[in-house]
Design a protein around this ligand. Structure first.
Ligand SMILES: *Cc1c(COP(=O)(O)O)cnc(C)c1O
Length: 371
């Protein structure tokens, strides 16, 4: 019940045991076709270039940035948490001149500030995190996508946390490139990053100082099916990704967003009834991770360790400016369900009580059930 990796779905883990498939096996092309088609459905796009980059989600983000940024290019990043910082670091590492619009941790970037900067001096690329796992905040994207289309800037979105957990409409919101991750709300293990990008983005690609993360190389395999003799891939991961993405479609994408929303609502009601205070602007909170303040006098890491050791439940610490001040509780993928929420609340309650924290026993579970 942490900030990821979340518990993988058993069906996805089983799929991971599939033996490797060589590129000249007809099943190889069929697998890529399936992952692309399912990726399009989950990203809500018709982008021909919908593929997956092997590696942690960060590999997908780096492939997207490295493949478009040339030294000296201007990149505007909205920063409201740790993963916005990561976008700045990666863009700078690949030679960009990075400009930032910042928001305090716990709030979203003001879209008007972002729009003013985009219109004033249109950057080559605008990058934003859709849902930042470090703060539990959701960033509205639609107006920024529209502005980027007007000014000719490319719009790149880190959707690692949001993909499969809350609404994300790549085409409708005019996002040029989006990156997801298997290990947050998709119910898979870390190791593969689904990526989609528009034709407009494809035309702006350059030749990066990396061959492994060169989108042109990946496109040759995924879209043009060229050079397959040397295109060995982590096919077992791709079979797992097909299973994970397929489970989103089987459940219904809207039903899945709603399930995440219900689970976080129940969890937050329970945490409130326990006397704990939620962190962050409630108007922009994400439905897959909840941040709660550590009460005065309570040992932040001691509670987490006891929860894990005694009750087998993992919740996470915070970092950056929130280090030591909040816990982060995930309701992602298979954990976005009432049973997991109730077990977590009951366990946290007993751990807090054992450490002398005064609360109304049983109130958390009742409040979660009522919500
Ligand atoms: C987890 C996460 C990442 C990084 O994912 P890795 O698979 O650990 O590389 C990037 N962005 C966001 C918003 C995340 O939640």
């Amino acid at each position: 019940m942490g900030s990821g990796p979340s518990n993988p779905e058993p069906r996805v883990l089983q799929a991971l045991a599939t033996p490797p498939i060589a590129p000249d096996d007809p099943a190889f092309g069929a697998l890529l076709d399936d992952v692309s088609a399912l990726g399009r459905a989950v990203f809500q796009t018709t982008n021909a270039c919908t593929l997956a980059v092997a590696g942690a989600s960060r590999a997908g983000i780096e492939a997207v940035l490295a493949s478009t940024i040339k030294p000296g290019d201007s990149v505007l990043v909205g920063v409201y948490g740790h993963f916005g910082e990561l976008l700045c670091t990666l863009a700078a590492r690949h030679g960009a001149t990075v400009d930032r619009v910042e928001a305090e941790w716990g709030t979203a970037v003001n879209p008007d500030d972002m729009l003013a900067r985009v219109r004033q001096r249109p950057p080559k690329l605008v990058a934003l995190v859709h849902a930042d796992t470090s703060t539990g905040i959701l960033q509205p994207l639609e107006a920024i996508g529209r502005a980027c289309r007007d000014t000719g800037s490319l719009f790149v979105v880190d959707a690692v946390l949001s993909l499969g957990g809350c609404e994300l409409a790549v085409d409708a919101w005019q996002v040029d490139a989006a990156i997801g991750g298997l290990q947050k709300c998709l119910g898979g293990p870390p190791g593969l990053a689904p990526v989609t990008y528009s034709e407009r983005f494809r035309e702006a690609r350059g030749q990066p100082h990396t061959t492994y993360l060169d989108l042109a190389r990946l496109e040759a395999t995924w879209v043009a099916r060229q050079g397959l003799e040397t295109a060995a891939m982590s096919t077992s991961m791709l079979v797992a990704a097909r299973e994970a993405l397929g489970m989103v479609i089987d459940e219904g994408i809207v039903a899945r967003w709603e399930r995440h929303r219900r689970a976080s609502r129940a969890l937050r009601s329970g945490l409130g009834a326990m006397g704990l205070e939620l962190f962050g602007d409630p108007a922009n909170s994400v439905p897959m991770i909840s941040l709660v303040r550590v009460p005065d006098g309570v040992d932040e890491s001691g509670v987490r360790e006891q929860l894990l050791r005694q009750q087998g439940i993992e919740i996470m610490a915070a970092f950056g400016p929130l280090r030591g001040q909040v816990w982060r509780l995930g309701t992602m993928g298979t954990n976005a369900r009432l049973a997991s929420v109730l077990a977590t609340l009951a366990a946290l309650e007993s751990v807090l009580v054992s450490r002398g924290f005064r609360l109304s026993r049983g109130a958390a579970v009742d409040a979660a059930l009522a919500a």
